[in-house]
Design a protein around this ligand. Structure first.
Ligand code: GDP
Length: 465
């Protein structure tokens, strides 16, 4: 798809607003621009202006003035694409945009494909592939958390780590291959213990990055939350209380579809998605139904499990119910034990508080869903237990399925290397697995690419990016 000799153009801004920007990039952008743009300052010449200058003038089609515009000049390599580029800021009329595009094309530019500017930036070494993908994520991010991940990735934290790991592997792969070149001579250039240590290290990092995908994916699509509890414990009331202020905000975000079974809400800039809330009114008594109906599946899918009990329930009953959930979930999942209907009052509140046991990673809270007492505090607990610690840390979070799959392959290849080293498998086979691991690491950063991978990534971009 790359056509480096061509000068490409496209509107870079969406509909709406007063100003639009048309981007032009490629070797002929200045000469094409000169044919249609006439600076007010007759001495100014786009062919000779320095990079980062802005010129005011008119776009003309023959004698006809199309618009007053500002033209920004970018000289290679100091532009988004790394090529000579201009950006024409014009008035945001569809007619004007259309007309300027027409003029550019008639004078030798071609219309850009979706993502072509970013693809050029990648091809010219302005960014690696995972950074290019992050550009698309930044544009589509709808929450603070998704934005943070995308920004981190665009800054290159993630690829820097991958490139470093790859370089360490490359070192060993080369040594082993060199040994193989010596043939029959028994030369050992790569210390097998050092090799194993490095392979283990890379595998640990790859596994850690791969496991962060669960968080990254959740942030992208909404962190899954499930409410369980016996019938009439107040699950629907609680859901309404949680969602009440947020509904409007959530449905305003373009591209978020709220169908009847999925409710989403954003707390503190983080998206939460309630699993199958349409079924809330069904019998979902955890004790009776775990393992025999869909409650089991729902709990399995959730990152946060809200177990709703009533103040009138016996402490043992609440503890038993919580235990049955604990049996199902793994260490990544968070249980919050909620005791509802405190407005009904209880003489044994303190007693109940003391008798309900929770572990360090869990939380318990007393609320009244009906009166909305404790709802804000519950929201805070949901954020804190599910994500805050992960977002606060500098750990890289993967949110891209392509990266996840590549990391899984890295891990599998390195697993074979370790097995091979332990079982004295021939060196040439070990070298092949190291090369495989390097290949998959390189796929993430774009050091290894195929047209298919590139095509898949850039087709998802908007035109003009
Ligand atoms: P679900 O079957 O678990 O979804 O329970 P609902 O949300 O339908 O609530 C069952 C009943 O409990 C309804 O009559 C609610 O009004 C009532 N309820 C829910 N929350 C509270 C609360 O905090 N206090 C009191 N007193 N009643 C509540």
């Amino acid at each position: 798809m790359l056509r480096p000799g061509d000068t490409i153009c496209a509107p870079a801004t969406g509909k709406g607003g007063a100003i639009s920007i048309i981007r032009v990039s490629g070797p002929d952008c200045f000469s094409i621009c000169k044919k249609i743009f006439f600076p007010v300052d007759r001495n100014a010449d786009v062919l000779s202006l320095k990079g980062y200058s802005i010129v005011y003038g008119e776009i003309k089609a023959g004698d006809e003035i199309i618009d007053d515009v500002l033209v920004s000049i970018f000289r290679a390599p100091h532009s988004y694409t790394g090529e000579d580029s201009v950006e024409i800021s014009c008035h945001a009329s569809q007619y004007i945009i259309q007309k300027i595009m027409e003029l550019l094309i008639n004078n030798g530019a071609t219309s850009a494909y979706p993502g072509e500017f970013t693809q050029r930036a990648f091809a010219n070494g302005k960014m690696d592939l995972s950074q290019a993908e992050a550009v698309a994520d930044i544009i589509s991010s709808t929450s603070r958390a998704a934005h943070k991940i995308a920004v981190n990735q665009m800054r290159g934290g993630f690829s820097a780590e991958i490139s470093k790991l790859r370089a360490e592997l490359l070192h060993f792969a080369s040594l082993i291959e060199l040994e193989l070149d010596f043939g029959e001579e028994d030369v050992e250039l790569a210390d097998r213990n050092d090799l194993k240590a490095i392979v283990l290290k890379v595998k640990t990092v790859a596994d850690k990055l791969a496991s962060s995908f669960k968080t990254g994916n959740a942030i992208r699509n909404g962190i899954p939350v499930v409410i369980v509890g016996k019938p009439n414990s107040g699950k629907s009331t609680l859901l309404n209380a949680l969602l009440s202020e947020d509904r409007a905000i959530v449905s305003e975000i373009p591209g978020t579809t709220r169908d009847t079974i999925e409710d989403t809400m954003s707390i503190d800039g983080i998206m939460f998605r309630f699993i199958d809330t349409a079924g809330l009114r069904e019998t979902t008594d955890v004790i009776e139904s775990l393992g025999i109906n869909r409650t089991y599946e729902k709990v399995k899918q959730a990152a946060v499990i809200l177990l709703l009990d009533e103040i009138t329930d016996a402490p043992d009953e609440i503890n038993d119910r919580a235990d049955s959930i604990r049996k199902l979930i793994d260490e990544d999942q968070r249980l919050i034990v909620i005791i509802n209907k405190i407005d009904k009052g209880s003489s044994e509140l303190k007693e109940l508080e003391r008798k309900i046991r929770i572990s360090e990673s869990e939380a318990k809270i007393f609320i009244s869903a009906k009166n909305r007492t404790g709802i804000d505090e519950l929201k805070k607990i949901i954020v804190d237990t599910s994500i805050q610690e992960k977002l606060g840390s500098d750990d890289v979070i993967i949110n891209n399925i392509r990266h996840f799959e590549a990391l899984k392959n890295v891990s599998a290849s390195l697993g074979r290397v370790i097995e091979g080293l332990d079982n004295s498998v021939p060196d040439d086979l070990i070298a092949i697995d190291i090369r495989h691991a390097m290949h998959y690491l390189g796929e993430i950063t774009g050091e290894i690419t195929s047209d298919e991978i590139l095509g898949n990534i850039f087709k998802n971009f908007c035109i003009g990016k």
